[in-house]
Design a protein around this ligand. Structure first.
Ligand SMILES: Nc1ncnc2c1ncn2[C@@H]1O[C@H](COP(=O)(O)OP(=O)(O)OP(=O)(O)O)[C@@H](O)[C@H]1O
Ligand SMILES: [Mg+2]
Length: 344
């Protein structure tokens, strides 16, 4: 993949405040969507357009790369950078999606501020002091979150308000979803009488696996499992009510929880198009698949591309990249009521 590197001078530092007073290494890798271009060294800001996706960052801290986020360990805090990487069918695709990472961070910020639940967010601003280079600021702006460092509880807390995806498939085969029996005669994408909690294990590699609530109780104890279920349902109910007033149905979503100072807190991203199915309320027609604001569009393109899902995925065409970026931006705008700027 053609890449562009940008290196700025710096030093390894023990904590955020120190880091911000001194300079540091920032090394940013941006991918062009055209695969055939040779690598290019940037010498200034002139080429750093916001339409060029940021697919990888390297700051001078211990880094863990998830499929989408670069997570830096700052000691007592984390610095989570949402890149423009996109994953589908457990593969990270070769293209980045312009602005996607900023949408993810800013939408999570919006929800953390709206939702009445303890969460990991500390700040989404780069402090104004300190020698963060202009180019580093430009690349990181809007896509970072300083967070509390939690002990992650390895369950994906999935809440479904509508019947689609693996829930719909399981219902067709067995009349239930993750051990929860549902009434007969439901159609694809039907709204459920009550949202249901259908956890999955958070696999360190490969697929997450749907499990029953009893499995979660056995693993974590009834108290903690009940708390995670009740809080997940509460957050879904609060979020989906607000979203529906703004024209978006949140069909389903997944949350992650962690321990911090002996308290259960909401971590990771929340109610974004990556962690949820978002449907335009106006076009909702149960009994069929729905148009969506999430990456379903990319999944569909991949499925019709002839890709076997066992080998590296194909490059997305420019118009698919652009339309996907537009969908993320549109979801952000509808939910928050304003257009995205790098500062949110
Ligand atoms: N406050 C937090 N404390 C500790 N870890 C966190 C916190 N918030 C998020 N994380 C972890 O950071 C990672 C975010 O990266 P990303 O979402 O790209 O990973 P992923 O590919 O979805 O998942 P994973 O790499 O865990 O399989 C996740 O592993 C998540 O569990
Ligand atoms: Mg994740």
């Amino acid at each position: 993949m053609p890449t562009v590197f940008l290196a700025l001078g710096g030093a390894k530092l023990p904590d955020v405040n120190d880091a911000l007073r001194k300079s540091f290494y920032f090394h940013c890798q941006r991918a062009k969507n055209e695969q055939q271009q040779p690598p290019q060294i940037l010498t200034g800001r002139a080429n750093m357009t916001t339409s060029t996706p940021v697919v990888s960052t390297t700051l001078d801290y211990p880094r863990r790369q998830g499929k989408v986020r670069d997570v830096y360990d700052l000691g007592d805090q984390l610095l989570i950078v949402s890149t423009d990487r996109i994953s589908a069918f457990d593969w990270v695709l070769p293209n980045g999606i312009p602005s996607k990472g900023v949408v993810l961070t800013q939408l999570s910020r919006f929800w953390f501020n709206q939702l009445s639940v303890d969460n990991h967010m500390i700040s989404t601003e780069l402090p104004t002091t300190g020698e963060w280079d202009d180019a580093a600021r430009e690349n990181l702006a809007g896509r970072i979150m300083f967070t509390k460092k939690a002990e992650v509880i390895p369950f994906e807390c999935v809440v479904r308000g509508y019947l689609e995806g693996s829930g719909w498939r399981e219902y067709q085969d067995h009349g239930q979803v993750c051990g929860i029996a549902l009434p007969g005669g439901l159609r694809q994408c039907d709204r459920l009488a009550e949202p249901i909690f259908t956890p999955a294990t958070k696999a360190t590699s490969g697929h997450d696996m749907n499990v029953s609530f009893e499995f979660m109780v056995n693993a974590l104890g009834a108290d903690v499992a009940n708390q995670m279920r009740d809080l997940s349902l509460q957050v879904y109910n609060q979020g989906s009510l607000l979203a529906s007033e703004r024209g978006i149905l949140i069909a389903d979503t997944k949350f992650e929880w962690g321990w911090h100072d002996g308290k259960l807190i909401l971590i990771d991203e929340v109610l974004t198009p990556d962690s949820s199915r978002f449907w335009p309320a106006n076009d909702y027609r149960p009994g069929q698949a729905q148009p969506s604001f999430d990456k379903q569009f990319v999944r569909e393109w991949l499925m019709q591309s002839g890709w076997d899902r066992n080998s590296p995925p194909p490059v997305l065409p420019d118009d698919v990249v652009q339309q996907t970026s537009d969908k993320y931006l549109k979801a952000f705008e509808m939910l928050t009521g304003h257009a995205l700027t790098s500062g949110g």
